[in-house]
Design a protein around this ligand. Structure first.
Ligand code: SAM
Length: 183
């Protein structure tokens, strides 16, 4: 199981990137995202997408970052903080692949020093500055046992049929109606 912890989100400034962190985590097979800031709109937005596109990805708004990390570790989980200062991902992959309960932390603005101490690993996706979305995606892809791009999503109202040209989406209207009645 993989969960993502998003730190340092500033409402307005980071809303798009944080939404992309959540959607990328979901698309690549994470079970949920913890958001260490209060921005309920992000949660609502991603949950609404999950309702339409399937799976059961969760978002938890306004968590305490240190509590969430310590709770996770107390449950036997390990924590991988993504930072350009860490050990390079290719060197960490063998160890990360062994984990069956992994929290991946990504920052926004400057990440507090405490996080570097609490993390089991500080891992760089190359030691050059880039993006939390890219860092998360590459990490999840490299540590996956089965190709995360080929895993189907259960209970989807919308499913894309891949094609070379054009767009085709299958709509499950029965499921749409059922979801509507439940909410
Ligand atoms: N300036 C901030 C600092 O010094 O902590 C980081 C800004 S960066 C745009 C935001 C997040 O992207 C970081 O917290 C980290 O999670 C991720 N990130 C950026 N480049 C990375 C890299 N090369 N490897 C791993 N993560 C990276």
């Amino acid at each position: 199981e993989i969960v993502v912890l998003r730190l340092g989100h500033r409402p307005e400034r980071d809303k798009r990137i944080t939404t992309h962190v959540g959607l990328t985590a979901r698309a690549l097979g994470a079970s949920g995202m913890f958001l260490a800031s209060d921005d309920q709109k992000i949660t609502d937005n991603i949950e609404e997408m999950t309702g339409r596109w399937g799976g059961d990805f969760f978002v938890r708004n306004n968590v305490s970052m240190t509590k969430e990390i310590k709770d996770w570790q107390a449950q036997g989980g390990k924590v991988c903080h993504l930072s350009m200062y860490g050990i390079n991902l290719p060197d960490a992959v063998p160890e990360l692949k062994k984990q069956n309960k992994l929290m991946i932390i990504v920052g926004a603005e400057k990440v507090p020093g405490e996080i570097y101490e609490l993390a089991d690993w500080n891992v760089a996706v190359g030691n050059q500055p880039h993006s939390e979305v890219a860092a998360l995606a590459i990490t999840m892809d490299r540590i996956a046992e089965t190709d995360p791009l080929t895993v189907p999503f259960e209970n989807a109202e919308l499913t894309v049929v891949p094609m070379a040209k054009g767009k085709k989406v299958i709509h499950d209207d029965e499921l749409k109606e059922k979801n509507r009645q439940e909410h």
